[in-house]
Ligand binder design. Structure first.
Ligand code: GDG
Length: 734
């Protein structure tokens, strides 16, 4: 089994030093607890911060800690107080956390925090590089380490890297507020697989990389720096059996009796969260107050158990929240309580697991109403822990968990009335109905538990490694290149079919800027100068541009994907008899789309139209392309037209026109000893599939293609062409 390096801010083990002695305890918290069994069962090594400032340890301690943790398959990253203040409490929890949970007013943008975030991510990178072995898988967790994928990639270009974000990815409008937004995205794009809890988060992420970095995606897949990056949904589960079997915990009964003694036979409404402003605790309290106001018959009959787990107490907004929550609890207890009954029983601490389990088991209703939450595992744990008992989950629609738990009563967490009504509905729900809802949710939680989640992620990462290997195996190797050069040297009749944009010059967002450089003209001239060679440019561009750039060369030129053809030194002619009457019918429709899609423009060629949308809002363009295709299909059924997708352009032309069909004009003209065809985008696929198997068909860039080979970059391809023309010079010199 390949080894997995699991990386998160915190290690699953916390190291403390008390009175000079080191102690090792299990860390509490979602990820550490959730992944515990997976990481023990897998060939894993976990890298993270051991939970205590490095200043507390001397050199001896550091060495001892590193050795002891190694036995537990852990590797520490030692961080100072300054690191934690700036990277963790600073950038992670005062910039990313509030923004990603839609609290922009709580976000601060401090350069010191950012610098520390970069530095600490580099410390994590060094820790990874220190233990990395070839073929290891790397799985990085969460928002504290968003730069790490790319930092590792820079040192290990072929590493298998996965990244999982446990919190929401916000809408682009929020994300773009961060001054270092591009760096964060580029950091994440170092991964091969980027996982999120829900599809909404993927959508926001893809939108951000398109709008902020100009990087396109197709079917949740991104091609970036000649790598394929996949994004996918992996809704994190819980350790199901652990919670489903809580009744077997020794002394659970005793714990429950103890709780019952103070609460009596009152119905229990349970609320458990880290004390965090994203969790909607104040709104929940207001809702409980409102419920008691409107339903005085419930007074003395219900108790809200409010567990607030202390969290990030070093951050102002958290301290403020504690103050406001204490005031509200006091107000509600003062307003509704009696000598025998306090409406709210408040715990501000981490409960021992036994107590947590007893509350899950006993609670009649769990109210989990975060204002935003990546997933929320408490909701899942409550349902699992119910076993065969009844209970009702009231769940916020803003929690990722709501996507999978439709049988809960789903509420808008900003609506006090909505929450209060849901609690009332829950208290009154028929027990059989409760059991049936709980069972349905349990079935799903059981199937997709945390182990399945982790294994699924790993499986996907392995599949990506496999497809990357497949793509790599298509890269023209040096032996294959030698054979190609030898074949070429031995051949008497050679045909070159070369796409232009993206193959000979970089694809430009401003189409009028992709003018051929002098080196390219020289290169093409050299190739044409060999009497054995026939060289053709086969492009989607119009005759005018191609004539201007290449008209004086000894080239064959196909324009408009093969509508037009110009044999060397001859005039332009159409390859097939072409219709153009249809253009008058279609033009007004296209012009309407230009008006309705700012930034787009229409290119009219003799026998075709190109509607370019590369400078338009990508979201809008996507909608418009779909609409336009539908409209054209309906209006043009009797016109025999073809509508073809290009690179941010839609081509409308006579049916049957494509680069493959066009190439036949030269392909069947002679018997060729050597044919080389090269292209980079979807329109070149028609060319590749129409050629005999012996052709050297070459895709520029590493993405799936029917070409026989691929070459990573335009430069590499131009080098190949240069060495062929050089090859000819040498032969002539002999
Ligand atoms: C982040 C995302 C996402 C809570 N109180 C006690 C206690 N807990 C345990 C629960 C649960 C975990 O802590 C909390 O997990 P959540 O998912 O609810 O929330 P976050 O900590 O905010 O986690 C979240 C998660 O990452 C995973 O991807 O779901 O959206 O924000 O396991 O049981 N445990 C004990 N005593 C307590 O008092 N022992």
């Amino acid at each position: 089994m390949q080894r997995l390096l699991l990386i998160s801010n915190r290690l699953p083990i916390t190291v403390e030093k008390k009175k000079g002695t080191l102690s090792y305890t299990k860390s509490v918290g979602g990820l550490a607890t959730g992944l515990d069994s997976f990481y023990r069962s897998y060939n894993c090594s976990w890298i993270g911060w051991p939970g205590t400032y490095s200043e507390r340890f001397n050199e001896n301690d550091t060495q001892q800690i590193t050795e002891s943790l190694l036995d537990q398959k852990c590797s520490p990253v030692f961080l100072s107080k300054n690191d934690i203040d700036n990277y963790y409490y600073g950038f992670s929890n005062r910039t990313i956390w509030p923004l990603f949970h839609y609290f922009p007013l709580y976000a601060v943008y401090q350069k010191e925090h950012w610098k520390s975030y970069v530095e600490v991510n580099k410390k994590f990178r060094d820790a990874v590089l220190g233990i990395y072995e070839k073929n290891d898988f790397i799985w990085i967790h969460d928002y504290q380490l968003m730069l790490l994928p790319n930092l590792i990639r820079e040192h290990i270009p072929d590493a298998n890297i996965g990244f999982f974000l446990h919190i929401p990815f916000p809408s682009m409008e929020i994300f773009r507020l961060i001054p270092w937004r591009k760096e964060l995205l580029a950091g994440m794009l170092g991964a091969d697989l980027i996982g999120f809890h829900t599809y909404d988060y993927i959508r926001h992420f893809l939108n951000s990389i398109r709008r902020l970095l100009g990087i396109e995606h197709k079917l949740s897949q991104i091609i970036y720096q000649n790598r394929i990056i996949r994004t996918d949904v992996f809704p994190m589960g819980i350790e199901y059996e652990h919670f489903a079997n809580i009744k077997n915990i020794p002394d659970l009964n005793k714990e429950e009796k103890h709780i019952k003694k103070s609460i009596g036979n009152r119905k229990i409404i349970l609320s458990i969260d880290r004390l965090d402003y994203t969790k909607g605790i104040l709104q929940r309290l207001e809702a409980f107050d409102w419920l008691l106001d409107k339903n005085p018959q419930l007074k003395g009959k219900v108790t809200m158990v409010l567990v607030e787990v202390p969290s990030r107490t070093g951050v102002d907004s958290y301290r403020m929240l504690k103050k406001r929550s204490d005031e509200l609890i006091g107000r509600i207890n003062g307003k509704h309580g009696t000598i025998e009954w306090a409406p709210i029983l408040n715990f501000y601490r981490v409960l021992p697991f036994k107590t947590l389990a007893a509350f899950y088991h006993l609670a009649d209703v769990a109210v989990i109403t975060p204002l935003r939450d990546g997933m929320n595992l408490v909701a899942k744990e409550y349902v699992a822990a119910k076993g065969d008992n009844n209970g009702v989950l009231v769940l916020s629609e803003m929690a990722g968990a709501a996507r999978e738990m439709a049988e809960a009563i789903i509420v808008n967490p900003n609506s006090i009335e909505d929450i209060a009504n849901a609690i009332k509905e829950a208290l009154e729900m028929d027990p059989q109905e409760q059991i049936s809802r709980i069972k349905n949710m349990q079935n799903r939680l059981k199937r997709y538990d945390v182990n399945r989640w982790a294994h699924d992620f790993m499986l996907r990462l392995k599949q990506i490694e496999h497809s990357r290997e497949m793509l790599k195996s298509k890269i023209l190797s040096s032996e294959e290149r030698n054979t190609l050069e030898l074949n070429y040297a031995d051949s008497r009749k050679n045909l070159f079919l070369l796409d232009y944009d993206g193959t000979l010059v970089p694809f430009s967002r401003k189409p009028r800027h992709a003018v051929p450089d002098d080196d390219l003209i020289q290169l093409l001239n050299d190739l044409c100068a060999d009497p054995r060679n026939t060289v053709a440019i086969i492009s989607g561009r119009d005759c005018e541009s191609l004539q201007k750039w290449f008209g004086d060369l000894e080239l064959n030129i196909f324009a408009e994907h093969g509508v037009w053809f110009k044999e060397k030194r001859q005039d332009w002619r159409t390859l097939e008899p072409q219709q153009k009457e249809w253009k008058d019918e279609v033009r007004p429709i296209l012009e309407m789309y230009v008006d309705r899609t700012p930034g787009s423009f229409l290119e009219e060629k003799e026998y075709s139209f190109s509607w370019h949308y590369r400078n338009s809002d990508p979201e809008l363009a996507l909608i418009r392309v779909r609409e336009l295709k539908d409209t054209l299909i309906h209006l043009t059924t009797n016109l025999n037209l073809g509508v073809m997708d290009g690179n941010e352009v839609l081509e409308i032309k006579n049916a049957g026109i494509n680069k493959g069909a066009a190439a036949k004009a030269l392909l069947f003209k002679e018997k060729w000893d050597f044919v080389l065809a090269a292209g980079d985008d979807i329109t070149d696929e028609d060319l590749f599939t129409s050629l005999p198997d012996t052709t050297y068909s070459i895709k520029i860039g590493l993405s799936p293609s029917s070409a026989r080979y691929s070459i990573e970059s335009i430069n590499d391809f131009r080098n190949l062409l240069s060495s062929l023309s050089l090859n000819r010079t040498e032969i002539t010199a002999f």
